[in-house]
Design a protein around this ligand. Structure first.
Ligand SMILES: [Zn+2]
Length: 373
């Protein structure tokens, strides 16, 4: 009996393995008509879906029930014709996604077909791309040579409206504290030459994904979400800064992300209106580059804050905050301190203390843009 069970299990495993196709190679080449031909080689025929997206213009090619050959995932493609970049990723298990990036305002047509490759076992999926509007216009060239663009910082005061966030021991609300902090930090950043956009400047509720959407509309270069924490343990104190990660750095971080993410579930109004546009944004691959940059900024903040105030141990932490899920904008979430701690609550409501924090944030922004001009 037991032997048969094992055998059945093995057979199931083998058959499920053999069902997953593998993308073995991807090639891009210019065509004589100034178009670009994309070719993916797979070991077997696969289900493919194509999705054309704008802002920025791109084509998403999904091979369902398929994996990438390791070599393909490692590969970097140069710019070919009007295709700026080719990226690969696995947004879901057994979904091989390829994204082709096009220049701004680019319009194009695509024609796709498939054919068996040389060996009968293989399968080839081809997309022919042709640009339908002209390439760079003179005005765009001029724009490119103008002096460097003012950096845009999006500040996101957490919570608002019917969502008070954490409530202090004396009954004061996180939503009010972080709005004050955001407005003050805005002034400091503007003095330092940055353009600043607030996701809210009043006591209103904004769903988490609505905040991401605002950051994208503002074309933000950096996104800073501002919060204050609370804990059952009234002695807990200190500042911390978070960047996104699927796996939280510890239990506390996971619980915190869960609390902060709850806003949409508890107070979510009509999410449907945000969903479509944001899923367009989120459909893009989360770029490792963005994650690295977010971490760089978070580390700068830790260095600057350390000069001023007390931090929690390992102050740069990781957790799955919804609000940090922009694929293109480096994003961090600041927890200014604990509203549940008597001393810290008092400090955070002092303007001079908040100004210390604001200045540290600005210094960290300066360093970040020196390193990433
Ligand atoms: Zn919060």
């Amino acid at each position: 009996m037991r032997f048969f069970k094992v055998l059945t299990l093995l057979l199931c495993l083998i058959s499920s393995l053999s069902f997953a196709q593998t993308v073995q190679d991807i090639r891009l080449a210019s065509t004589p008509t100034d178009g670009v031909r994309f070719v993916a080689e797979l070991d077997q025929q696969a289900d493919v879906s194509l999705l054309k997206l704008n802002n920025p213009p791109r084509l998403v090619i999904d091979f369902k029930k398929a994996n990438f050959d390791y070599q393909v995932l490692q590969k970097k493609w140069p710019t070919v014709g009007f295709v700026n970049a080719c990226r690969t990723g696995m947004p879901l298990p057994q979904m091989a996604r390829i994204v082709l990036d096009f220049p701004e305002n680019c319009q194009w047509t695509e024609r796709h077909f498939s054919l068996p490759a040389q060996s009968a076992k293989n399968w080839r999926f081809v997309v022919d791309l042709n640009r339908t509007n002209s390439a760079i216009t003179p005005s765009v060239v001029q724009k490119k040579s103008t002096p460097k663009k003012q950096k845009i910082i999006v500040l996101d005061p957490g919570h608002g409206g019917q969502d008070p966030g954490a409530i202090s021991r004396t009954g004061r609300y996180e939503k009010d504290l972080v709005l004050k902090m955001a407005k003050e930090t805005k002034e400091f950043l503007e003095k330092a030459g940055y353009k600043v956009v607030l996701t809210r400047s009043k006591d209103v509720f904004i769903p988490l994904r609505g905040r991401i959407k605002k950051a994208h509309e503002a074309k933000g270069d950096l996104f800073i979400s501002i919060h204050a924490d609370s804990a059952k343990n009234s002695s807990a104190k200190g500042l911390s800064i978070y960047t996104i990660s699927e796996k939280a750095s510890d239990k506390e971080a996971a619980a915190l992300a869960e609390r902060e993410n709850k806003a949409d579930i508890l107070y979510g109004m009509d999410l449907a209106e945000y969903q479509q546009e944001v899923s367009d944004i989120l459909i893009d691959l989360a770029k490792t580059d963005t994650m690295n940059k977010s971490s760089q900024y978070a580390d700068n903040v830790v260095v600057e804050m350390k000069k001023q105030i007390r931090l929690v141990p390992n102050a740069h932490r990781f957790a799955g905050f919804v609000v940090l899920k922009s694929p293109n904008i480096p994003s961090v979430l600041l927890e200014m301190g604990y509203l549940s701690n008597k001393e810290e609550e008092r400090l955070m409501w002092e303007k001079s203390y908040r100004n210390k924090l604001s200045k540290a944030l600005v210094n960290a922004v300066n360093k970040y843009f020196r390193d990433n001009p």
